[in-house]
Design a protein around this ligand. Sequence first.
Ligand code: 5GP
Ligand code: ZN
Length: 118
Amino acid sequence: MCLFCKIVSKEISANIILEDDDFLAFHDINPKAPVHILAIPKNHVDSFNEASSQMMASMTTFIQKVAIEVNIKDSGYRVITNIGSDGGQEVKHLHFHILGGAKLRWGHLSDADPKGNI
Ligand code: 5GP
Ligand code: ZN
């Protein structure tokens, strides 16, 4: 069973924000912003590559509810999902990072030349 499946089954504890039949939202253990929450489907899905459009439709509503719950809807926030090796995905269970609570920076995300020159 993967790490986030163990959080779903409550085998590993997490600081839960919101939960329904299909989704779970909890605080990231190593926050990168004042608010850093992970939203996951309860059923194991490896990554966004395997996500169905039906599941993503209700995931959208769930993420919107999380933003209201932690009071970042109006101040603004960022939703990120890392996919695979280049995406920097460490936990192989689909999760959306919900980041906010301060003005977030936006800059170069890789050491490679963004224009693709070597
Ligand atoms: P990734 O790099 O896969 O997109 O993000 C994985 C995230 O999961 C990281 O931000 C990391 O801090 C978080 N994380 C890893 N292990 C745990 C854990 O046991 N509990 C919680 N709440 N977050 C975790
Ligand atoms: Zn899993």
